[in-house]
Structures are given as C-alpha cells and as structure tokens.
Ligand binder design. Structure first.
Ligand code: ANZ
Ligand code: ZN
Length: 844
C-alpha cells in the first residue's frame, strides 16, 4: 500500500492505525512552534476578533466550555483560512465567590486554588487543540489586571458615575455576615442557619442609568445579536413613558407626586397609594397608625421587591388617614400605603384606578375601596363598575372629563399638556433599569480604592477619599481571614486597613469592600489588545484596529447582566476617550447547553456530569470536538450521547483508513477532467466544498459535518471495493477529493485534517493556507426535476440534465409513462416551458 518511503521511526509508519494521541500532540506542537495563532501575523489583512466568554476557572473544564470554545475555534480557524488577521484570545475570570466559599470549608487559599485550577484549565484547553493566542493569556486575579478596575473606578468617580448609596443585602443573624443571593435558599443560609433577612447597608453603585437611553437605542443597531437577547435587554431597561402629576394634600402644604403611564384614566382614580417606605408615609399617617405603618414598611423592605411584586402576592395595605385632591376634579380621595408600590420606582406613589389596573382592582376589592370606570371600550359593551370581574386594562375612549370622547392616546397627550399648562404635572420618562450596586463584602475580589479619613471629613462621617491613580494598585493582601462570619474579611486585616490619607497624610482606614466580579468581565475584551500594558488599561491604537469584537460567543444566561454591563462599560470607555467603538460586539452567538446523558442539566448532585477530559483521552480531541459541533445547531440544547461519540470516532477512523489506502496513488497534478469517470467524484468534491463553505458562513456546523460525511461515502463508492484507479485523471480527481475533505474537516477536526494535508504533500499547515473556492459548474446540481402538467394538472415528473435544452426536456416529458396516456389522441395546442421547473402541455 502506498509508495511513499516511510522510515521505521517516522510516526507515519503507524499511519493505518488512527493514533489520535500521537497525531494531536504532534499538531499542537507544530502550531505552537509556528506561532500560527498569534494575532497580528497579517498586519495588512482585514482583522477578525473572535472571543468566547472567558471561563471562571472552577475545578475542571466541563462540556459547556468544550462546546463554546469549539464553536469559537471553528469560527477563528475558518476566518484565518479566509485570509483574516485573527485575534482569538483566552483568559480567566478568576476572582469570585466559589473559590472563597471553598476556602472557608477547606482552608485552601483562593489564590492557590485559582492558580491550580487555571493550570488544569489551560492544559485541558490545549489538549482540545483550540487555536488561542496564548501569548495574550490573562487572569483577572492578577494585580496587573485588577489595578485597572481600580483605575476605572477612580475615573468614573471623577465623572460622578460612581456613588455611595443605601442598598439592601441578605443578612444571616447567626453568621453575622452578608450573603450573596446564591448563598441563601428559602431564608436559610448556606451553612444551615434559618432566619436570613434583608438588611440595609451602604454600598457603591455605578450610575448605569445615565446610559439607559443609549443602551436602549443602540440595541436597534446590534443587527447581529439574537432577538431574544436584545428583547430581554429592552425589557430589563424598561423604558416607560408617562406623566408626573401633583396631588394636593388636605390640610398640608406638601404635594404628593405620582407617576402614571395612564393619565387618560385619571377620572377613575379613587385613591392614592404610597410605597410603605415613601418619605411622606409616616408623617401623613394619623398618630394612631404610625407604629403600624412603620412596622409594615420595615417588613416590606425586608421582604424585598421581588416578593412584593410577584404575581399573586397578597395586596397588603393600610389607610394612612390622610386625603389627597385629584388636580383635575378637585375630588378628595384617601391615601393608602400598599405592598406592591415600590419606593424606588417613579415617585414611589401611584394614582390608583381600580377599574383599569389589575393590582389596584384587587386592592380595592380586598379593602372595600370604590371602583369607577373612566375608559369605555372603543367597541362592544359598556362597562359598569359594579359588574367588573377584573380590571379592564386596554386603551379605549374617555368616558368623561376634559378629554371626554377622545381616544386614550389622545387623552394622555391632552391631559398632560393641560397639567403642564396649569403647573401641576409634566410628561416624564422612567426606566426600570437601576444603578448597579457593585460593592461586595468579600475577600476574593478587587479592593475598592477608597480610604476613609476623619480629618478630611469628621469623626462621625469620615470622608471617602479615592486613592490617586499613581498609587494603584491597592493590593489584595495575601493574608486572608476567611471564616464566613462577621465583618468583611478585609476588615479583619489591620495591616491592610490601616493606611494614610492621600490628601492630608493623616491616619486613615481602607474600604474593606471589594468589587463585584462583573466589573472584571466588563472590559477584559479590551485588555486582550495589550495585556502586558503597564501604562494604561489597553492600547487605544490597538483598540482602533481590533474593536469591536467581530463574534462574541457565550451562554444566553448572561443576557441581562454581563451583556448589559459590558455594553455600558464600552460606552464609558468611549467617553473616557479610550475607544471609538460605542458597542463592544458586532455579533453575538449564544450557544445551547450540553445536557447530561439523561437529558438533564449536568450537575454534580445529579451525578450526570460528563467531563471532556475522559473523552479526549479515549477518543481524541477531534472526536470530542466533532461531537459538540455535530449534535445539533449552535443555539440548541442537546444531551451527551456516548453512542454518537463512538460513531464520530468511527467516522474519523474511516476517513483515516480510506485515505491511507490510497495515499500512494493519489496523483500529483491538478484535476482537469470534466467528463468520464472522474466527473462524479469531482462533482461530489465541489458540492461538498460549496456546502461546507456556505454552512461555515452561517455557523451551521452540524450540517457542514454531515456534508463531509456524505463526501466520504461518495469517495468510498467511487473507488469501489476494488479500489482500482484508471489513469491520471482518476488519480487527480481522488487527490482533489481528499484535499477538499481535509480542508473541510480542518475547522472541526483540525488534527486529522492537518495530517491528511501533510500526507498530500503540502509544506504549509492548513491554518497557513487559503480556503479554496469551489468550481460553480462542478458544484451545480447536475440534474433538475421538472413537473409535467397536462392542462395545468400535475401528471408526472421528469429528471433532466441541468444543461439540457428545452427541446430535450419537452421530449422527455412527452415520453414519461404517466404523462403519455393523457396526450394520446389529443391535439397539442401549446407547450409552456418554465426553465428549471415545469412543462405544461395544453391539449384540446
Ligand atoms: C395609574 C394607572 C392606571 C396605571 C391604569 C396603570 C394603569 P410601568 O409601565 O412599569 O412604568 N406605578 C407607578 N409607580 C409605581 C411604583 N413605584 N410601584 C408600583 N407601581 C407603580 O408602569 C407604570 C404604572 O405603574 C403607573 O401607571 C402606575 O400605575 C404604576 F389603568 O397609574 B399607573
Ligand atoms: Zn484626610
């Protein structure tokens, strides 16, 4: 078999055995030695930035990682072969809670655990043959990274984009500590203590709301983001257009301002409701009710917004005893406090219209408050308040008042204008988006670069002084007291806490809080541009070339946190003059998850976790990659399936055997034959190339792989059992078939592909080669199906060569056995021929 001389020490001497281990190790070494994956190798070429969401380095890589990086790798490899200068970096989202929680349990320092986890992640990713530019690897736990988080903090503080506010946290009264949401389940802390409550606490927040409108408007320009993600962001930002209206209070000088999106319903307002925590609630309440309202407010704040606004949550409330005057009618209505009105949205006060708002309706029914219809449906039966079974929430026609007879939309405009004219109201836009509270009472995070100085402030309220940027980083101390109890960990380390004030030089205390790790992932994509930069977060010139990211890939679970925060941060970086782009990523791909073999989400507790490592060892990276890419479309979830993995391994083995059976016989010349025996094989080759190329352009990887499988079948069938090649034209066609197979496989199963390519006599790696163009004539489907009709009625079908002339097709159609009887003995009046589609005989 084969005529190439093979020395006994050459690994190729074992060629007929598909030794994935040797092949994969070899190509990974070659790629690295040739530095093929380093960005900037083709300075004049168009750039292409492919990025996968970087991993949190937990114990080991899991299938979800394997899938997302395999997707990114196919895209990066294809782009390189299309002549792009590709940036495809990898790093670690290395700070965060899991390492700290684990440390509390087993005492292993988060830094050590993280270092070890990164080492094993790196090794596993390398074993998969992912084409990362490893020279740019970074970890967010490295002070050379997080110092720039601190730098951004200071710059944003200067621009009033950072501020201190009152926030709410989960509090465990037994541990005397603040807990993250994921550490609390049903009011029980992760260490088993019941009675977790919410507690007010000072926190740092980013003023993301300043960008609400831009974040919303730019969603329309993100043409290549999944609609599902942009609509989740749109809802999350929650733009609301309405009006603020002032109600006078009986016997008091203050006004009560409400926010409404339905000013058209004002004539049906029968009471006003305040959030229990509204600043006026207590002072409005009659003395007898004050204690009850204070207790109610405390209970509501502890319950939290989610519980209060949940559908079906009880509509609790209390009458304050005060009364407000509807500015449109002068009518006096009672003022209540209620669970479902939130202090932090709008004005914290609502004009209640139970006939047209469901929450108000339920509240009115429960507390015996009146219901009055203000809007009649444009068509259909008149509404009667007494007969309502639920609120009628749609727009309609105003039943009375200034806008009587007008549509709801007209009425809103008219009544708002009236309120503006009279000075008791105005149009107002609100957003549901809240500022981002990002300080955490944790150790394993970026220290917030603030010191508190009593001399610059006062003993009662020490001034928060930012650490000057020249003094950054504020290093996270190695010493860590991790007990999961009491004060934040950094507060327990005197050597960290005690410092001097950068303004007055007096003694000062450091901020013991650290940053949310979502800060780290806001801008890592930019750090990859100059990851060793000591002078600035990243090189703005490099940013000009590389940003925005061309394809960003990650899980859809990040729809509204990470993916919104990193858009926000990009806009801030642009406003700081660091960037031109105002959006981080042109295109977003959200991949489905790989479920366990039982079809359930993989989890340790279910015992259905499949780790890539074992499969890479047993079947090789190429098989593992093919599995995660072949099992279904990119966005779809699917379950791990051992049988399919084995099937894919058999496929690669088959490719291997087929190739080596003919390795010595494939010709050297380029094929030219367009007829005879070679034609069928050449057509399969070019059709496959056309299909794989088109599928790669659309990220339809599973169908591309299926086309390659068909091509292998076609090669097999063509060579036949005997495997006899007749002459140079056959040999050249076979070479072409294998070359196209190698090229087509190369983004998916790159190690096998490179091996075939080398064996075909190429000196350059596939990753250095150019993706070939298919020959359209050979790729064209060579036969066409024509429908044959007689007097417009379908009678049969014929298949004709794509190149066949009209006369030829018509002749075939006439001869078709199912058609001929309908023509017999009739006069053919007309023949209608629609190219590529149909023949219709009109007979009489
Ligand atoms: C009167 C009214 C009548 C309302 C009606 C709705 C329907 P979005 O779209 O979410 O902005 N609201 C205002 N502030 C609130 C707060 N702090 N907590 C709870 N609810 C509040 O919703 C705006 C509507 O939600 C406002 O319009 C107000 O109720 C209520 F037939 O005013 B509406
Ligand atoms: Zn000071």
């Amino acid at each position: 078999m084969g005529s190439n001389p093979v020395s006994p020490t050459d690994p190729r001497s074992t060629a007929p055995v598909y030794d994935h281990e040797a092949i994969e190790a070899r190509w990974q070494r070659v790629w690295e030695e040739k530095r093929l994956f380093e960005a900037g190798r083709r300075p004049g070429a168009p750039k292409f930035y492919a990025l996968e969401m970087f991993p949190y380095p937990s114990g080991a890589m899991h299938m979800g990682h394997a899938r997302v990086y395999a997707i990114g790798d196919v895209i990066a490899r294809f782009a390189r072969m299309r002549g792009k200068d590709v940036l495809h970096p990898m790093g670690y989202d290395a700070l965060g809670l899991p390492a700290e929680n684990a440390a509390i349990k087993d005492g292993i320092h988060p830094a050590i655990r993280t270092r070890d986890n990164i080492a094993s992640f790196r090794e596993e990713m390398k074993s998969m043959g992912f084409s990362f530019d490893w020279t740019r690897e970074l970890a967010t736990s490295d002070p050379s990274y997080y110092r720039w988080n601190q730098w951004f903090f200071v710059k944003m503080l200067e621009r009033d984009l950072v501020y201190r506010r009152q926030g709410w946290v989960n509090w465990c009264p037994s541990c005397l500590t603040v807990l993250a949401n994921e550490q609390v389940e049903d009011g029980v802390c992760w260490r088993g203590h019941p009675g977790v409550t919410r507690k007010p606490i000072g926190e740092w927040a980013f003023r993301i709301t300043r960008y609400a409108e831009e974040l919303l408007a730019d969603l329309d320009r993100l043409g290549e983001w999944p609609e599902r993600i942009t609509s989740m962001q749109r809802n999350w930002i929650g733009k609301s257009e309405g009006a603020e209206i002032d109600f006078a209070l009986e016997g008091r000088p203050e006004k009560l301002r409400v926010y409404t999106t339905r000013l058209d319903t004002i004539y049906g307002c029968t009471f006003v409701v305040l959030a229990p925590e509204h600043p006026l609630a207590l002072s409005l309440a009659s003395p007898a009710k004050r204690d009850a309202i204070a207790a109610f407010a405390k209970r509501m704040l502890e319950a939290g917004e989610v519980a209060r606004t949940a559908e079906g949550a009880p509509k609790e409330g209390l009458d304050t005893g005060a009364r407000a005057l509807n500015p449109f009618t002068g009518k006096s209505v009672p003022v209540w406090v209620a669970s479902f009105v939130l202090g932090e949205y709008g004005t914290g006060a609502v004009m209640s219209v139970p006939a047209h708002d469901q929450r108000d309706f339920e509240f009115a029914k429960k507390h015996g408050l009146p219901i009055e219809v203000a809007i009649q449906p444009a068509v259909g039966e008149r509404l009667e308040a007494a007969a309502l079974a639920e609120a009628s929430t749609g727009d309609g026609v105003c039943a009375g008042g200034l806008a009587a007879g007008k549509s709801s939309a007209e009425a809103r405009a008219l009544l708002t204008a009236h309120a503006e004219q009279r000075g008791f109201g105005k149009a107002k836009v609100n957003y549901h988006l809240r500022d981002w509270g990002f300080s955490r009472q944790r150790y394993w995070g970026t220290p917030i670069p603030i010191v508190y100085c009593e001399r610059c402030g006062s003993k009662e309220s020490p001034k928060a002084v930012p650490v000057p940027v020249e003094q950054l980083p504020v290093l996270l101390p190695d010493e860590a007291v991790l007990e999961g109890k009491g004060e934040p960990p950094l507060a327990k380390i005197p050597s960290f806490m005690q410092t001097v004030c950068p303004v007055c030089g007096g003694p000062a205390r450091r901020e013991p809080e650290t940053m949310d790790t979502f800060v780290d992932s806001c801008w890592y994509f930019a750090r990859f541009l100059s990851p060793r930069d000591e002078a600035r977060p990243f090189d703005p010139e490099a940013a000009k070339r590389w940003l925005p990211i061309d394809v960003y890939i990650g899980g859809p679970e990040h729809a509204v946190l990470h993916l919104l925060y990193f858009r926000f941060w990009t806009k801030v970086m642009a406003d700081l003059g660091l960037l031109e782009a105002r959006e981080p990523a042109r295109r977003l791909i959200t991949q489905g998850i790989v479920l366990g073999p039982d079809g359930e989400k993989m989890s340790k507790s279910r015992g259905n976790v499949v780790s890539p490592r074992a499969y890479v060892e047993r079947f090789g990276a190429d098989t593992a990659r093919l599995f995660v890419l072949f099992a279904g479309p990119v966005e779809r979830d699917y379950a791990w399936n051992d049988a399919q993995v084995e099937g894919l391994h058999r496929f690669l083995t088959r490719v291997w055997r087929l190739f080596f059976r003919f390795r010595g016989e494939v010709g050297a010349g380029a094929p030219t034959a367009r007829e005879g025996r070679p034609l069928a094989l050449r057509q399969s080759s070019h059709r496959t190339l056309a299909k794989v190329t088109a599928d790669l352009e659309r990220n339809h990887f599973n169908t591309a792989i299926a086309a390659l499988m068909e091509h292998v079948n076609a090669i097999s069938a063509w060579v036949g059992e005997e495997g006899v090649l007749e002459g140079d034209a056959d040999r050249a066609a076979l070479r072409e078939a294998f070359e196209i197979l190698a090229v087509g496989l190369s983004p998916f199963a790159p190690h096998v592909a490179e091996e075939l390519w080398l064996e075909l006599g190429h000196a350059q790696c596939l990753q250095e080669s150019t993706w070939p163009a298919h020959d359209p004539a050979l790729a064209a489907s060579d036969t066409l199906k024509y429908a044959v009709q007689v007097n417009g009625k379908l009678r049969g079908e014929v298949e004709a060569a794509a190149t066949a002339a009209e006369a030829e097709v018509v002749a075939l159609a006439k001869a078709e056995p199912k058609v001929a009887p309908h023509l017999e003995g009739k006069t053919l009046r007309k023949t209608v021929f629609v190219p590529k589609r149909l023949v219709n005989f009109v007979v009489g």
